[in-house]
Design a protein around this ligand. Sequence first.
Ligand SMILES: NC(=O)NCCC(=O)O
Length: 431
Amino acid sequence: MSTPNEIESLERLLKKLPEEDQAEAFRILYGNLPEPIPLTEAAASLADEFDFDVAAYRFHAKAEQRREPRVVRVGVIQTQIVEPTDAPVETQYEALRARTEQLIHAAGAMGTNVLGLQEAWTMPFAFCTREKEPWLEFAEPVDGPSTRFLATLARRYNMVIVSPILERDERHGGTIHNTAVVIGNRGNIIGIHRKNHIPRVGDFNESTYYMEGNTGHPVFATEFGKVGVNICYGRHHPLNWLMFGLNGAEIVFNPSATVGALSEPLWGIEARCAAIANNYFTAAINRIGTESFPNEFTSGDGKAAHHDFGHFYGSSYVTAPDGSRTPGLSRTRDGLLVSEIDLNHCRQVRDVWGFQMTQRLEEYGELISKAAAPDFEPQVIVDPGVDISTGRGATPPSSGRALHHASPRALGSAPAQQITYVGEEEGSRKE
Ligand SMILES: NC(=O)NCCC(=O)O
Protein backbone atom coordinates (compact mmCIF):
# COMPACT_ATOMS: atom_id res chain seq x y z
CA MET A 1 0.00 0.00 0.00
CA SER A 2 1.52 3.32 -1.00
CA THR A 3 1.42 6.49 1.09
CA PRO A 4 3.25 8.90 -1.24
CA ASN A 5 1.94 12.20 0.12
CA GLU A 6 2.07 11.46 3.80
CA ILE A 7 4.71 12.83 6.15
CA GLU A 8 6.51 10.11 8.06
CA SER A 9 6.00 11.47 11.59
CA LEU A 10 5.63 14.65 13.60
CA GLU A 11 8.90 13.86 15.35
CA ARG A 12 10.69 13.80 12.02
CA LEU A 13 9.46 17.37 11.44
CA LEU A 14 10.56 18.47 14.91
CA LYS A 15 14.01 17.06 14.23
CA LYS A 16 14.36 19.64 11.47
CA LEU A 17 14.64 22.31 14.17
CA PRO A 18 18.18 23.55 14.83
CA GLU A 19 19.84 20.92 17.00
CA GLU A 20 20.29 23.31 19.95
CA ASP A 21 16.51 23.92 20.05
CA GLN A 22 15.34 20.34 19.82
CA ALA A 23 15.74 19.32 23.46
CA GLU A 24 13.65 22.26 24.70
CA ALA A 25 11.03 21.74 22.01
CA PHE A 26 10.68 18.07 22.95
CA ARG A 27 10.65 18.86 26.69
CA ILE A 28 7.83 21.34 26.30
CA LEU A 29 5.81 19.19 23.94
CA TYR A 30 6.50 15.71 25.36
CA GLY A 31 7.42 16.20 29.03
CA ASN A 32 10.32 14.22 30.48
CA LEU A 33 11.11 12.20 27.40
CA PRO A 34 11.63 8.55 28.30
CA GLU A 35 15.10 7.28 27.43
CA PRO A 36 15.48 4.99 24.42
CA ILE A 37 16.42 1.42 25.30
CA PRO A 38 18.36 -0.90 23.02
CA LEU A 39 16.53 -3.38 20.87
CA THR A 40 17.32 -7.04 21.33
CA GLU A 41 19.11 -8.61 18.40
CA ALA A 42 16.14 -10.86 17.72
CA ALA A 43 13.68 -7.95 17.61
CA ALA A 44 15.96 -5.89 15.38
CA SER A 45 16.48 -8.73 12.95
CA LEU A 46 12.72 -9.48 12.75
CA ALA A 47 12.11 -5.78 12.03
CA ASP A 48 14.73 -5.89 9.34
CA GLU A 49 13.55 -9.09 7.75
CA PHE A 50 9.84 -8.21 7.76
CA ASP A 51 10.15 -4.46 7.20
CA PHE A 52 8.61 -2.82 10.24
CA ASP A 53 9.77 -0.34 12.87
CA VAL A 54 10.59 -1.14 16.48
CA ALA A 55 11.08 1.59 19.08
CA ALA A 56 11.62 1.11 22.79
CA TYR A 57 11.76 3.53 25.74
CA ARG A 58 12.09 3.48 29.52
CA PHE A 59 10.02 5.86 31.65
CA HIS A 60 11.67 7.03 34.81
CA ALA A 61 10.03 6.40 38.22
CA LYS A 62 11.49 6.87 41.71
CA ALA A 63 12.90 4.06 43.79
CA GLU A 64 10.78 3.64 46.92
CA GLN A 65 11.92 2.43 50.34
CA ARG A 66 8.98 0.15 51.17
CA ARG A 67 7.83 -1.14 47.81
CA GLU A 68 9.78 -3.06 45.24
CA PRO A 69 9.55 -1.53 41.75
CA ARG A 70 6.86 -3.17 39.62
CA VAL A 71 8.56 -2.94 36.25
CA VAL A 72 6.66 -4.18 33.21
CA ARG A 73 7.04 -3.77 29.49
CA VAL A 74 4.00 -2.53 27.61
CA GLY A 75 3.87 -3.05 23.85
CA VAL A 76 1.61 -1.68 21.14
CA ILE A 77 1.42 -2.80 17.53
CA GLN A 78 0.15 -0.83 14.54
CA THR A 79 -0.30 -2.31 11.08
CA GLN A 80 -1.89 -1.67 7.75
CA ILE A 81 -4.05 -4.18 5.95
CA VAL A 82 -2.12 -6.59 3.78
CA GLU A 83 -4.53 -7.80 1.09
CA PRO A 84 -6.90 -5.63 -0.92
CA THR A 85 -10.42 -5.36 0.49
CA ASP A 86 -11.93 -7.29 -2.42
CA ALA A 87 -9.83 -10.39 -1.66
CA PRO A 88 -11.73 -13.30 -0.05
CA VAL A 89 -12.40 -12.71 3.64
CA GLU A 90 -10.30 -15.67 4.71
CA THR A 91 -7.36 -14.44 2.60
CA GLN A 92 -7.56 -10.97 4.15
CA TYR A 93 -7.85 -12.37 7.67
CA GLU A 94 -5.00 -14.87 7.21
CA ALA A 95 -2.69 -12.17 5.82
CA LEU A 96 -3.40 -9.89 8.76
CA ARG A 97 -2.93 -12.75 11.21
CA ALA A 98 0.43 -13.62 9.66
CA ARG A 99 1.57 -9.99 9.61
CA THR A 100 0.51 -9.38 13.20
CA GLU A 101 2.29 -12.56 14.23
CA GLN A 102 5.59 -11.21 12.89
CA LEU A 103 5.27 -8.15 15.07
CA ILE A 104 4.18 -10.20 18.09
CA HIS A 105 7.36 -12.27 17.80
CA ALA A 106 9.29 -9.01 17.97
CA ALA A 107 7.24 -7.96 21.02
CA GLY A 108 8.10 -11.30 22.61
CA ALA A 109 11.76 -10.80 21.76
CA MET A 110 11.62 -7.41 23.50
CA GLY A 111 10.28 -9.01 26.69
CA THR A 112 6.86 -7.39 26.39
CA ASN A 113 4.54 -8.30 29.26
CA VAL A 114 1.31 -6.62 28.14
CA LEU A 115 0.62 -6.10 24.46
CA GLY A 116 -2.18 -4.09 22.84
CA LEU A 117 -3.33 -4.57 19.24
CA GLN A 118 -5.25 -2.01 17.21
CA GLU A 119 -9.04 -1.78 16.98
CA ALA A 120 -10.60 -4.51 14.81
CA TRP A 121 -7.12 -5.76 13.96
CA THR A 122 -8.44 -8.78 12.04
CA MET A 123 -10.10 -6.78 9.26
CA PRO A 124 -10.18 -3.63 7.14
CA PHE A 125 -12.10 -0.80 8.80
CA ALA A 126 -15.07 -1.31 6.53
CA PHE A 127 -17.70 0.49 8.58
CA CYS A 128 -17.50 3.49 6.24
CA THR A 129 -19.31 1.44 3.60
CA ARG A 130 -22.51 0.80 5.58
CA GLU A 131 -22.59 -2.56 3.80
CA LYS A 132 -23.18 -5.60 5.97
CA GLU A 133 -21.54 -8.08 3.65
CA PRO A 134 -18.92 -9.32 3.42
CA TRP A 135 -17.66 -7.35 6.41
CA LEU A 136 -19.76 -9.09 9.05
CA GLU A 137 -18.06 -12.30 8.03
CA PHE A 138 -15.00 -11.04 9.88
CA ALA A 139 -16.95 -11.24 13.16
CA GLU A 140 -16.09 -14.13 15.44
CA PRO A 141 -16.91 -15.31 18.96
CA VAL A 142 -14.74 -14.29 21.89
CA ASP A 143 -13.18 -17.75 21.91
CA GLY A 144 -12.90 -17.86 18.12
CA PRO A 145 -9.89 -18.31 15.82
CA SER A 146 -8.10 -15.04 16.60
CA THR A 147 -8.28 -15.64 20.35
CA ARG A 148 -7.06 -19.21 19.95
CA PHE A 149 -4.18 -18.01 17.76
CA LEU A 150 -3.18 -15.27 20.21
CA ALA A 151 -3.55 -17.54 23.25
CA THR A 152 -0.70 -19.69 21.90
CA LEU A 153 1.55 -16.66 21.55
CA ALA A 154 0.46 -15.30 24.96
CA ARG A 155 1.56 -18.57 26.57
CA ARG A 156 4.75 -18.76 24.55
CA TYR A 157 5.88 -15.25 25.50
CA ASN A 158 4.28 -15.09 28.97
CA MET A 159 2.43 -12.05 27.71
CA VAL A 160 -1.03 -10.58 28.30
CA ILE A 161 -2.59 -9.62 24.95
CA VAL A 162 -5.42 -7.13 24.43
CA SER A 163 -7.12 -8.23 21.23
CA PRO A 164 -9.80 -5.93 19.79
CA ILE A 165 -12.02 -7.80 17.35
CA LEU A 166 -15.41 -7.67 15.74
CA GLU A 167 -17.34 -10.00 18.05
CA ARG A 168 -20.33 -12.12 17.17
CA ASP A 169 -22.24 -13.12 20.29
CA GLU A 170 -23.99 -16.35 19.33
CA ARG A 171 -25.58 -16.66 22.76
CA HIS A 172 -27.55 -13.48 22.12
CA GLY A 173 -28.90 -14.02 18.62
CA GLY A 174 -25.61 -13.57 16.80
CA THR A 175 -25.40 -9.90 17.76
CA ILE A 176 -22.29 -7.95 16.84
CA HIS A 177 -20.03 -5.96 19.17
CA ASN A 178 -16.77 -4.08 18.95
CA THR A 179 -14.92 -5.98 21.64
CA ALA A 180 -11.52 -6.23 23.23
CA VAL A 181 -10.67 -9.73 24.45
CA VAL A 182 -8.11 -9.70 27.23
CA ILE A 183 -6.03 -12.86 26.96
CA GLY A 184 -3.96 -13.82 29.99
CA ASN A 185 -0.31 -14.83 29.88
CA ARG A 186 -1.35 -18.44 30.47
CA GLY A 187 -3.46 -18.42 27.33
CA ASN A 188 -6.69 -17.97 29.28
CA ILE A 189 -9.46 -15.48 28.47
CA ILE A 190 -9.48 -13.09 31.42
CA GLY A 191 -12.50 -11.17 30.16
CA ILE A 192 -13.89 -8.83 27.55
CA HIS A 193 -14.74 -5.18 27.19
CA ARG A 194 -17.22 -3.93 24.59
CA LYS A 195 -16.82 -0.48 23.09
CA ASN A 196 -18.91 1.96 25.10
CA HIS A 197 -19.27 4.85 22.68
CA ILE A 198 -20.15 4.29 19.04
CA PRO A 199 -19.16 7.04 16.61
CA ARG A 200 -21.64 8.72 14.32
CA VAL A 201 -19.14 11.07 12.73
CA GLY A 202 -17.76 11.36 9.22
CA ASP A 203 -17.37 7.93 7.64
CA PHE A 204 -17.39 6.16 11.00
CA ASN A 205 -20.83 4.63 10.52
CA GLU A 206 -20.34 2.02 13.20
CA SER A 207 -23.87 2.26 14.59
CA THR A 208 -24.95 0.38 11.45
CA TYR A 209 -23.14 -2.65 12.81
CA TYR A 210 -23.30 -2.70 16.61
CA MET A 211 -24.74 -1.04 19.66
CA GLU A 212 -23.08 0.61 22.62
CA GLY A 213 -21.29 -1.92 24.81
CA ASN A 214 -22.86 -3.49 27.89
CA THR A 215 -19.78 -4.48 29.84
CA GLY A 216 -19.24 -1.32 31.92
CA HIS A 217 -15.67 -0.23 32.62
CA PRO A 218 -13.92 -3.39 33.76
CA VAL A 219 -10.33 -3.40 34.87
CA PHE A 220 -8.52 -6.69 34.39
CA ALA A 221 -6.16 -7.56 37.21
CA THR A 222 -3.36 -9.31 35.34
CA GLU A 223 0.00 -10.55 36.55
CA PHE A 224 1.47 -7.38 35.03
CA GLY A 225 -0.86 -4.71 36.35
CA LYS A 226 -4.47 -3.64 36.23
CA VAL A 227 -5.48 -3.12 32.62
CA GLY A 228 -8.45 -1.25 31.14
CA VAL A 229 -9.45 -0.82 27.50
CA ASN A 230 -11.09 2.36 26.22
CA ILE A 231 -11.90 1.55 22.61
CA CYS A 232 -11.29 4.30 20.04
CA TYR A 233 -14.09 6.91 20.09
CA GLY A 234 -14.37 6.45 23.87
CA ARG A 235 -11.22 8.55 24.10
CA HIS A 236 -13.27 11.69 23.41
CA HIS A 237 -15.23 11.08 26.61
CA PRO A 238 -13.23 12.08 29.69
CA LEU A 239 -15.73 10.34 31.95
CA ASN A 240 -15.15 7.08 30.13
CA TRP A 241 -11.47 7.39 31.01
CA LEU A 242 -12.37 8.36 34.58
CA MET A 243 -14.40 5.19 35.11
CA PHE A 244 -11.40 2.99 34.38
CA GLY A 245 -9.42 5.10 36.84
CA LEU A 246 -12.10 4.70 39.50
CA ASN A 247 -11.90 0.95 39.02
CA GLY A 248 -8.18 1.10 39.68
CA ALA A 249 -6.63 0.89 36.22
CA GLU A 250 -2.87 1.28 35.96
CA ILE A 251 -2.63 0.95 32.18
CA VAL A 252 -5.46 1.85 29.81
CA PHE A 253 -5.18 0.86 26.17
CA ASN A 254 -6.95 2.92 23.53
CA PRO A 255 -7.10 0.69 20.44
CA SER A 256 -8.23 2.95 17.62
CA ALA A 257 -8.88 3.38 13.94
CA THR A 258 -8.95 7.02 12.99
CA VAL A 259 -8.06 9.19 10.02
CA GLY A 260 -6.09 12.39 9.72
CA ALA A 261 -8.74 14.66 8.30
CA LEU A 262 -10.97 13.96 11.28
CA SER A 263 -8.87 13.61 14.39
CA GLU A 264 -5.13 14.02 14.02
CA PRO A 265 -4.83 17.30 15.97
CA LEU A 266 -6.70 15.63 18.85
CA TRP A 267 -4.70 12.41 18.79
CA GLY A 268 -1.70 13.50 20.80
CA ILE A 269 -3.87 15.26 23.35
CA GLU A 270 -6.71 12.99 24.40
CA ALA A 271 -5.02 9.82 25.65
CA ARG A 272 -2.33 11.99 27.15
CA CYS A 273 -4.82 14.16 29.03
CA ALA A 274 -6.43 10.99 30.34
CA ALA A 275 -3.08 9.79 31.69
CA ILE A 276 -2.57 13.14 33.40
CA ALA A 277 -6.09 13.44 34.85
CA ASN A 278 -6.23 9.84 36.08
CA ASN A 279 -2.55 9.23 36.82
CA TYR A 280 -2.32 5.98 34.96
CA PHE A 281 -0.44 4.93 31.84
CA THR A 282 -2.27 5.18 28.53
CA ALA A 283 -1.35 3.42 25.31
CA ALA A 284 -2.96 4.91 22.21
CA ILE A 285 -2.87 2.68 19.11
CA ASN A 286 -3.96 3.62 15.61
CA ARG A 287 -3.81 1.60 12.40
CA ILE A 288 -2.07 2.97 9.33
CA GLY A 289 -2.57 3.17 5.61
CA THR A 290 -5.33 4.14 3.22
CA GLU A 291 -8.00 1.47 2.84
CA SER A 292 -9.88 1.42 -0.42
CA PHE A 293 -13.22 -0.40 -0.75
CA PRO A 294 -14.78 -2.05 -3.81
CA ASN A 295 -18.00 -0.02 -3.83
CA GLU A 296 -18.14 3.75 -3.71
CA PHE A 297 -19.70 5.38 -0.67
CA THR A 298 -20.57 8.95 0.23
CA SER A 299 -19.77 10.75 3.45
CA GLY A 300 -23.14 12.47 3.66
CA ASP A 301 -21.47 15.84 3.16
CA GLY A 302 -22.51 16.63 -0.41
CA LYS A 303 -19.10 15.66 -1.77
CA ALA A 304 -18.53 13.07 -4.47
CA ALA A 305 -18.69 9.37 -3.69
CA HIS A 306 -15.32 7.73 -3.17
CA HIS A 307 -13.65 4.40 -2.40
CA ASP A 308 -11.16 5.48 0.29
CA PHE A 309 -11.52 6.01 3.98
CA GLY A 310 -8.66 8.51 4.12
CA HIS A 311 -5.27 7.95 5.70
CA PHE A 312 -5.04 6.14 9.03
CA TYR A 313 -2.08 7.94 10.51
CA GLY A 314 -0.68 5.46 13.04
CA SER A 315 1.38 7.59 15.47
CA SER A 316 0.76 5.16 18.33
CA TYR A 317 2.27 6.34 21.61
CA VAL A 318 2.39 5.76 25.36
CA THR A 319 1.94 8.35 28.11
CA ALA A 320 3.01 8.06 31.74
CA PRO A 321 0.90 9.21 34.73
CA ASP A 322 2.84 12.50 34.87
CA GLY A 323 2.03 13.31 31.24
CA SER A 324 5.43 12.49 29.76
CA ARG A 325 5.05 10.58 26.56
CA THR A 326 7.02 8.59 24.04
CA PRO A 327 7.52 9.83 20.51
CA GLY A 328 4.89 8.35 18.23
CA LEU A 329 5.42 5.46 15.88
CA SER A 330 5.44 6.28 12.19
CA ARG A 331 2.44 7.69 10.32
CA THR A 332 3.13 5.39 7.39
CA ARG A 333 4.86 2.22 8.56
CA ASP A 334 3.93 -0.85 10.54
CA GLY A 335 5.53 -0.78 13.93
CA LEU A 336 5.98 -2.03 17.47
CA LEU A 337 6.48 0.37 20.38
CA VAL A 338 7.68 -1.04 23.69
CA SER A 339 7.69 1.04 26.87
CA GLU A 340 9.30 -0.07 30.08
CA ILE A 341 7.31 1.34 32.96
CA ASP A 342 7.19 1.03 36.73
CA LEU A 343 3.58 0.69 37.87
CA ASN A 344 4.57 2.37 41.14
CA HIS A 345 4.80 5.55 39.09
CA CYS A 346 0.98 5.88 39.22
CA ARG A 347 0.86 6.28 43.00
CA GLN A 348 3.95 8.46 43.02
CA VAL A 349 2.28 11.00 40.74
CA ARG A 350 -1.02 10.73 42.66
CA ASP A 351 0.82 11.61 45.85
CA VAL A 352 2.32 14.71 44.20
CA TRP A 353 -0.81 16.10 42.57
CA GLY A 354 -3.55 14.74 44.82
CA PHE A 355 -6.19 14.64 42.08
CA GLN A 356 -7.89 11.59 43.59
CA MET A 357 -8.01 13.37 46.95
CA THR A 358 -9.20 16.73 45.64
CA GLN A 359 -11.73 15.53 43.08
CA ARG A 360 -15.40 15.95 44.13
CA LEU A 361 -16.98 12.68 43.07
CA GLU A 362 -20.10 13.15 45.17
CA GLU A 363 -20.74 16.58 43.68
CA TYR A 364 -20.08 15.38 40.15
CA GLY A 365 -22.23 12.30 40.72
CA GLU A 366 -25.12 14.39 41.98
CA LEU A 367 -25.08 16.77 39.02
CA ILE A 368 -24.57 13.97 36.51
CA SER A 369 -27.61 12.11 37.87
CA LYS A 370 -29.67 15.29 37.72
CA ALA A 371 -28.43 16.09 34.20
CA ALA A 372 -29.48 12.63 33.02
CA ALA A 373 -33.07 13.18 34.24
CA PRO A 374 -35.70 14.51 31.80
CA ASP A 375 -36.70 17.37 34.13
CA PHE A 376 -33.13 18.68 34.50
CA GLU A 377 -32.77 22.40 35.22
CA PRO A 378 -29.22 23.61 34.44
CA GLN A 379 -27.66 25.60 37.27
CA VAL A 380 -27.34 29.00 35.60
CA ILE A 381 -27.06 32.29 37.42
CA VAL A 382 -28.46 35.00 35.22
CA ASP A 383 -27.08 38.50 35.26
CA PRO A 384 -30.28 40.48 35.85
CA GLY A 385 -28.99 43.05 33.38
CA VAL A 386 -29.03 40.47 30.60
CA ASP A 387 -32.04 39.61 28.52
CA ILE A 388 -31.71 35.83 28.44
CA SER A 389 -33.76 35.46 25.29
CA THR A 390 -31.17 37.39 23.25
CA GLY A 391 -28.09 37.15 25.48
CA ARG A 392 -27.72 40.94 25.16
CA GLY A 393 -27.53 43.53 27.91
CA ALA A 394 -31.08 44.72 28.64
CA THR A 395 -30.09 47.87 30.56
CA PRO A 396 -26.51 48.79 29.72
CA PRO A 397 -24.85 50.93 32.41
CA SER A 398 -24.39 54.54 31.29
CA SER A 399 -20.73 54.71 32.42
CA GLY A 400 -18.02 52.02 32.75
CA ARG A 401 -19.33 50.89 36.14
CA ALA A 402 -18.92 47.25 36.99
CA LEU A 403 -21.78 45.04 38.07
CA HIS A 404 -21.46 44.65 41.83
CA HIS A 405 -24.00 42.09 42.85
CA ALA A 406 -26.63 39.88 41.40
CA SER A 407 -28.56 37.38 43.48
CA PRO A 408 -28.51 33.86 42.14
CA ARG A 409 -31.71 32.68 40.56
CA ALA A 410 -32.50 29.64 38.55
CA LEU A 411 -32.97 30.22 34.87
CA GLY A 412 -36.51 31.45 34.24
CA SER A 413 -37.72 30.96 37.82
CA ALA A 414 -37.11 33.82 40.31
CA PRO A 415 -38.04 37.43 39.55
CA ALA A 416 -35.29 39.78 38.32
CA GLN A 417 -33.20 41.41 41.03
CA GLN A 418 -32.49 45.08 41.60
CA ILE A 419 -29.15 45.80 39.87
CA THR A 420 -26.53 47.42 42.02
CA TYR A 421 -23.40 48.95 40.52
CA VAL A 422 -20.04 49.35 42.16
CA GLY A 423 -19.70 52.81 43.69
CA GLU A 424 -23.41 53.26 44.22
CA GLU A 425 -25.42 52.87 47.40
CA GLU A 426 -28.23 50.40 46.94
CA GLY A 427 -31.36 52.38 46.05
CA SER A 428 -29.49 55.64 45.33
CA ARG A 429 -29.13 55.04 41.60
CA LYS A 430 -30.84 57.64 39.43
CA GLU A 431 -32.38 56.04 36.34
N1 LIG B 1 -13.10 3.75 15.35
C1 LIG B 1 -13.62 4.85 15.83
O1 LIG B 1 -14.32 4.86 16.82
N2 LIG B 1 -13.34 5.96 15.14
C2 LIG B 1 -13.99 7.19 15.36
C3 LIG B 1 -13.17 8.34 14.94
C4 LIG B 1 -12.38 8.92 16.05
O2 LIG B 1 -12.78 8.77 17.20
O3 LIG B 1 -11.36 9.53 15.77
